[in-house]
Design a protein around this ligand. Structure first.
Ligand code: F6R
Length: 265
């Protein structure tokens, strides 16, 4: 895992956007397959990508996107659906084809069948080149709540009380937060060729410490990313406060970016 501890939100957004830009540019005209997260964490990076699209000509033409998850019971156009969120916060403001931005259908009659079909669609598309992730305060990625199998596939999952409480800020009332979601599984997510996870704030510090330094376990689902060979973690100082090896990560990053001849000076 590569750990970038950044000083502010702008630096974090830039670091994540850089990873996206490299992926999109190296895919060329055929386009990249992007895995997109919702929630507040990736929004600054999406804003930076929109800026690069408008001001620097970064193009998403030909790319396709798969969302991580969707609430069960919310129709596509619902104002809190992830289908709508991603359009409002990213994809409608760049040149990706709207029909190529896919998400599980939260209003499907048979959510379990929809989950399995969605998982197959990702495989049939050739798999995801770059997956962006946030992390829940309880260590979930997508909606893989604690207890999720490390090999899990896209499925219907019940949300924990903590996730419902965390996400209540997006709804008028806590009772309006759906209690189930369709979510890519931990096994599905790990099939992405590369992954960038971003988090900020002290509320994420314990989950980030577990993700980077904890034992791999279903108790902290994000720890399954330790099994992936290409994960970049972009966090602010507040989210880094519980990392035992934070100084080492800063030093390793310094060595990598500055390439000093005398590293101890
Ligand atoms: C969103 C998702 C979730 C969020 C996580 C953090 O698609 O899958 O795992 O990334 O709940 O949410 P925020 O970024 O709002 O703190």
């Amino acid at each position: 895992m590569e750990i970038h501890i950044v000083t502010d939100a702008a630096a974090g957004a830039n670091a994540v956007a850089d990873v996206f830009e490299r992926t999109v540019r190296s895919a060329g005209a055929s386009g990249a397959i992007l895995g997109l997260a919702t929630g507040s964490s990736p929004v600054p990076a999406y804003a930076e990508l929109i800026r690069r699209h408008r001001e620097e000509g970064l193009s998403f033409a030909g790319s396709r996107a798969f969302l991580l998850d969707e609430y069960v019971g919310l129709p596509l156009g619902h104002e809190q659906s992830y289908h709508r969120f991603i359009r409002e916060n990213f994809t409608s403001s760049v040149d990706i084809d709207d029909a190529a931005v896919l998400s599980p259908d939260g209003a499907a009659d048979d959510p379990a069948a929809e989950a399995a079909a969605y998982d197959r669609r990702i495989t049939e598309a050739g798999g995801i080149d770059l997956q962006i992730l946030g992390i829940g305060s309880n260590g979930h990625i997508a909606f893989n709540e604690p207890g999720s199998s490390l090999a899990s596939r896209t499925r219907v999952i019940g949300l924990t009380r903590r996730t419902i409480a965390d996400n209540a800020r997006f709804f008028d009332r806590a009772e309006d937060v759906p209690v189930r979601a369709l979510s890519q599984g931990l096994g599905t997510i790990r099939e992405a060729r590369s992954i960038v996870l971003t988090a900020s704030g002290e509320g994420k510090a314990e989950a980030v410490a577990q993700l980077v330094e904890g034992a791999i376990s279903a108790r902290w689902p994000a720890t399954s990313l330790q099994l992936h060979p290409d994960v970049t973690v972009v966090i602010d100082e507040a989210a880094a406060t519980r990392l035992e090896l934070a100084d080492y990560y800063r030093y390793a990053r310094f060595l990598e970016t500055e390439n000093p001849v005398v590293p101890h000076s």
